[in-house]
Design a protein around this ligand. Structure first.
Ligand code: LRH
Ligand code: MN
Length: 430
């Protein structure tokens, strides 16, 4: 039998926390009432928040140097879903799972869909993969995929994406994400304008096959695996391409895909204004595409990004329907713990952003009162909304303290016994 963290255990563990939660919640409620904020409204918003978990994030991640597998690694997409179920059992905002093909290629899509549904999970965005060669693959992606000089390689990459679309329909997904590593390592290696034309031609073939109700997300990235030029390297090029493709194409923002110190919250505001924001791959980074836990390095940036998102949400901006997803690599932590705490950090930034007094902020902006403007943001960012997040989880049948309950359950130990380690060490992100 596969060990599960069940509802009874969570509720039993919550008993230990309810006294302090009640106190802290009431105290925060009084504080916020003095600011004219109704705390129950924020619990409703917190309960409605959703962020998808990457299937590739529940296994231990690695770098090009090494991957140090942890105990109880998931060995199949089904075991990955078991871990996703444990995360959702405790944090109650992550029922959506992003799959990556062929890493999660199912023998029976119907069986996989049923397995997810039985665990209260559904499939969010599908991710294609033309940045690795698969065993038996006819043509290599060493020198690119959708932009490769050889039309036959481009065709092969387009075919793979069409296969992902078909699979996505069978699994009930609603969007398709395309990230490619195409680019060059040397000046002169690729023709900048021709490769972008080839990229657009290939995407047009994929876009033409987009199932009803599906959205297509394209993901830009500054560099890696190409280290001199990357075909889809920034948000401007991404925006141009989504305009060229059509109204169901959008630009996905992976936080780690920008040069250090880039003002990502401003890129978000632009894509919202242009009606082309797909959503996010949330993570954090210090230098490159480090795929560290969201909110672990630059929590104020994460807050400022949600400040722009909540502003658009409250403005009822037409077509504003961003997909929130985590995309992280857990090299030194228990992936379940990192994904739980990262989901909580997204929710924290979201609820804090709802604490910004936007009327006063607008006034300060009109009066060029920069200090007051910043203080209004800092007041929201420095408010401990922990009791709101815990109350929302508790009322949704989740854990008041997810990390404590997860560790008390001994889940990882059970999985280590159920899933004997495989010899697979090696390197690479998964
Ligand atoms: C590329 C990326 C992309 C995924 C991959 C796992 O860096 O962010 O979103 O396909 O990571
Ligand atoms: Mn990503």
């Amino acid at each position: 039998m596969s060990f599960k963290i069940d509802e009874e255990f969570v509720l039993q563990e919550n008993q230990k926390a309810l006294s302090w939660l009640g106190e802290d919640y009431a105290h925060l409620g009084r504080q916020l009432a003095r600011r004219g904020v109704e705390i129950e409204r924020l619990v409703e918003r917190a309960t409605a928040f959703r962020a998808a978990v990457p299937s590739w994030g529940v296994g231990t991640g690695g770098t090009r140097f090494a991957r140090f597998a942890g105990p109880g690694e998931p060995r199949s997409v089904f075991e990955k879903l078991d871990d996703c179920e444990a995360i959702e059992r405790l944090v109650r905002v992550t029922p959506g799972i992003s799959l990556h093909i062929p890493w999660d290629e199912p023998e029976s899509p119907a069986e996989l869909k049923a397995y997810a549904t039985a665990r209260g999970l559904f499939f969010d965005s599908m991710n294609s993969n033309t940045f690795q060669d698969q065993p038996g693959q006819k043509r290599s992606y060493k020198f690119g995929s959708l932009t490769h000089a050889d039309a036959a390689v481009r065709r092969q990459a387009v075919e793979h994406n069409l296969h992902c679309l078909e699979l996505g329909v069978k699994l009930g997904a609603r969007s398709h994400t395309v990230w490619i590593g195409d680019g060059g390592n040397f000046p002169g290696q690729v023709h900048f304008r021709r490769t972008l034309e080839r990229y657009l031609d290939s995407l047009r073939a994929i876009y033409a096959a987009l199932p009803d109700g599906f959205r297509m997300f394209i993901e830009h990235k500054l560099y890696e695996p190409a280290f001199y030029s990357t075909v889809l390297n920034d948000w401007g090029t991404s925006y141009y391409c989504t305009r060229e493709l059509g109204e169901r194409a959008f630009s996905l923002v992976d936080l780690g895909h920008h040069a250090p110190n880039v003002n990502i919250e401003m890129i978000v505001a632009r894509l919202i204004q242009f009606g082309k924001l797909a959503g996010f791959h949330f993570n954090d980074s210090k230098y490159g595409d480090d795929d560290l836990d969201a909110g672990s390095i630059k929590p104020f940036q994460l807050f400022l990004i949600f400040h722009e998102l909540v502003d658009a949400e409250l403005d009822a901006t037409p077509g504003f329907d961003p997909a929130y997803m985590l995309d992280q690599s857990h090299n030194v932590t228990d992936p379940v713990e990192s994904l739980m705490t990262s989901a909580v950090e997204l929710l924290r930034a979201y609820v804090q952003a709802h604490l910004v007094d936007r009327a006063a902020l607008g006034e300060a902006q009109e009066k060029n009162d920069a200090i007051t403007a910043l203080q209004l943001l800092k007041q929201a960012f420095t408010t401990d909304v922990g009791p709101i997040l815990a109350m929302a989880r508790h009322r949704a049948g989740g854990a008041v303290d997810p990390l404590a309950v997860y560790r008390a359950s001994g889940y990882r130990g059970h999985k280590a016994r159920e899933r004997p380690a495989t010899a697979r060490q090696g390197a690479g992100i998964v």
